[in-house]
Design a protein around this ligand. Structure first.
Ligand code: IPE
Ligand code: IPE
Ligand code: MG
Ligand code: MG
Ligand code: MG
Length: 292
C-alpha cells in the first residue's frame, strides 16, 4: 500500500502544479476571484483519476512529463463536476474535502464560472500535451464524450431525476446512472494511458469500469457509515433524499460483497500487465477500503 499511497500523493502534486501554472501564468484574468476559486476547487482531493492517468501512461512507456497535462485535465473536469454538484440547485452542500464549497466561500456565480473555466482549462491543457496528433484528438474526443451528456452530465441528470422518481430506481437503473455519474470519468482516466500511444485501451477500460462501480458503492457506503469530519463532506444525504443507491438496493453486506467482487474483476482485467500493474491493483483495493 505504501507505494500506492506515494503514487497517489505524487499525482496530486503533479496535477496541482500543472493546473496552477495554467490558471496563474496563462490567463489574462488570473487576478480575479475566479482564479482563486478554481485553485480552491482542485485542492485537497484524493487525485484518484489523475493517478490512474499517470499509472496507465507509465504502463505504456509514457513518462510523467508528457502525461501530466492529461492527469491535470481529468482532475479539472472532476473538480468542476464537484463544484457544480455542490450548488444549491443540485445537492446544496456546504462542505467539500473538509473545506467550504466554492459557492459558500465565494458565491454562486463564482462557482458556476469557476466550474466552466475548469472545464475549458482541461481541454486546453490536453491540446498542449506532447502527444502525437491523432492520439491527442482521440483523447479530447473521448473526454468530451465521457464528461458530457453521454457520460458524467447524463448520469448527474439521472441522479437528480432519481430524487423525484415515483418508483425508486431499480438496480439496472442505478447501474446506468453510476456508469455516467462516476463511471465515465474514471473509465476514461484508466484508458487515457494506452490512448496516448494508440495502444489497445480495452484492458485498462475494463479495469476502470469495475473500479468505477466499486468506487460508487464505497461512496454510497460512506454516506451511511462515514462521519463528516473524516469523509470531508456531509453524510446521510442519500437516505434523507429518499434516493435508491447500491446500499438501499443490495443492503450494506450485499453492497460490500459486490464491491469486493468488482475489485477482483478489476484486478483480473490487468492480467496482461503482470507485476507492472501492482500499484493499480492496490488502487482497486484502496477504493473499497477507503474512509474518505
Ligand atoms: C467524490 O469523488 C464524488 C464522486 C464522484 C462520488 P472523490 O471521492 O474522488 O472525490 P475527491 O476528489 O477525492 O474529493
Ligand atoms: C457526484 O456524486 C458525482 C459528480 C460530481 C459527477 P455525489 O453527489 O454522490 O457526490 P458527493 O457525495 O457529493 O461527493
Ligand atoms: Mg450529487
Ligand atoms: Mg453531491
Ligand atoms: Mg455521494
Amino acid at each position: 500500500m505504501a507505494e500506492f499511497k506515494a503514487a497517489l500523493a505524487r499525482a496530486g502534486d503533479v496535477a496541482f502544479a500543472e493546473i496552477e501554472t495554467g490558471v496563474r501564468m496563462k490567463a489574462q484574468f488570473a487576478d480575479t476571484p475566479i482564479a482563486d476559486a478554481m485553485l480552491h476547487a482542485v485542492r485537497g482531493g484524493k487525485t484518484l483519476r489523475g493517478f490512474l492517468v499517470l499509472q496507465g501512461a507509465a504502463l505504456h512507456g509514457v513518462n510523467e512529463e508528457r502525461a501530466k497535462p492529461v492527469a491535470a485535465a481529468i482532475e479539472c473536469i472532476h473538480a468542476y463536476s464537484l463544484v457544480h454538484d455542490d450548488l444549491p440547485c443540485m445537492d446544496d452542500d456546504d462542505l467539500r474535502r473538509g473545506q467550504p464549497t466554492v459557492h459558500r466561500k465565494w458565491d454562486e456565480a463564482t462557482a458556476v464560472l469557476a466550474g466552466d473555466a475548469l472545464q475549458a482549462l482541461a481541454f486546453q491543457m490536453i491540446t498542449h500535451a506532447q502527444i502525437e496528433a491523432d492520439n491527442k484528438v482521440s483523447l479530447i474526443a473521448s473526454l468530451a464524450d465521457s464528461a458530457g451528456l453521454n457520460g458524467m452530465v447524463g448520469g448527474q441528470a439521472l441522479d437528480i431525476a432519481a430524487e423525484t422518481a415515483k418508483e425508486p430506481f431499480g438496480l439496472q437503473q442505478i447501474e446506468r446512472l453510476q456508469s455516467g455519474k462516476t463511471g465515465a470519468l474514471i473509465e476514461w482516466a484508466a484508458g487515457a494511458g494506452p490512448m496516448m500511444v494508440g495502444a489497445d485501451d480495452r484492458p485498462m477500460r475494463d479495469y476502470g469500469r469495475a473500479l468505477g462501480q466499486a468506487f460508487q458503492i464505497a461512496d454510497d457506503i460512506l454516506d451511511i457509515e462515514g462521519d463528516e469530519a473524516t469523509v470531508g463532506k456531509a453524510v446521510g444525504k442519500d437516505e434523507d433524499a429518499g434516493k435508491a443507491t447500491f446500499v438501499s438496493l443490495l443492503g450494506l453486506d450485499g453492497a460490500k460483497r459486490r464491491a469486493d467482487e468488482l475489485v477482483e474483476s478489476a484486478c483480473d482485467a490487468l492480467s496482461k500487465y503482470g507485476d507492472d500493474a501492482e500499484t493499480l491493483k492496490e488502487a482497486a483495493r484502496f477504493v473499497v477500503n477507503r474512509t474518505h
